[in-house]
Write a protein that binds this ligand. Structure first.
Ligand code: G3P
Length: 226
């Protein structure tokens, strides 16, 4: 699948506030806002809720993690083929909270490519970003781990890691999109991310923990347009 850029990817993680029926509710809200504003929004609900969410919305639904194991005699694994059959259109890979070995990242990207799933590979620094870009994922998302879940956006705390990642990745493979994440909270953070050369943002707590999720999402989307 080809994602429209720039894009806002909302990772629900496993926050209880946005699990189960609440995951469907948040995905519907993202869909509504995407229709109203024409913004590209992707949702990544918890694994157990993915199929239910994918049945409820047309907004692209991504897994938060998949294993490299093939479908079949692989008890307990979360496979690429199962995710596809459940309605996933892509997946996060190597999230900071679900790190993988490099060989597994490569295998998952390949398996996703042949299954038609898009990949967003999360990275923690420039070296890992370059290594992952060479594998030809759809996107690399740079997220300094120390800023994840905090109140200061990576675009303010460490803008150079974002722009350096963009330059390095574009030099390796101009087809690979670049996202940034960690501490992204508002439209200003989104427009700064685009200014730094990215194709969008990956965020979680700014939306999942917000009291007024609609207002926060509208503000984030306004950053795509400014
Ligand atoms: O996957 C998004 C993420 O790790 C950033 O989290 O809460 O800082 O937006 P957050």
């Amino acid at each position: 699948m080809v994602l429209k850029k720039p894009v806002i990817v909302v990772n629900f993680k496993t926050y209880p506030e946005v699990s189960g029926n609440a995951a469907v509710e948040l995905a519907r809200l993202c869909e509504q806002i995407s229709v109203e504003t024409n913004a590209s929004i992707v949702v990544a609900p918890p694994s157990f809720d993915l199929a239910m969410v994918a049945r409820a919305v047309r907004t692209p639904v991504f897994a938060q993690h998949l294993d490299s194991a093939p479908s079949g005699a692989t008890t307990g694994h979360v496979t690429v083929e199962n995710a596809r059959a459940s309605g996933a259109q892509g997946t996060l890979v190597n999230h900071s909270e679900r790190r993988l070995k490099i060989a597994e990242i490569h295998e998952i990207i390949d398996r996703c490519r042949s299954t038609g799933l898009a990949t967003i590979v999360c990275t923690n620094n420039l070296a890992v970003s370059k290594a992952c870009a060479a594998m030809g994922p759809d996107f690399v998302a740079i997220e300094p781990p120390e800023l994840i879940g905090g109140d200061v956006s990576v675009t303010t705390a460490n803008p150079s890691i974002v722009s350096d990642t963009v330059l390095a990745i574009k030099a390796i493979d101009g087809q690979v999109g670049v996202l940034c994440g960690a501490g992204v909270k508002n439209g200003g953070d989104v427009s700064k991310a685009l200014e730094l050369g990215t194709d969008g943002v990956l965020l979680a707590s700014g939306v999942t923990k917000a009291k007024d999720k609609r207002a926060v999402l509208l503000d984030l989307v306004s950053g795509l347009m400014s």
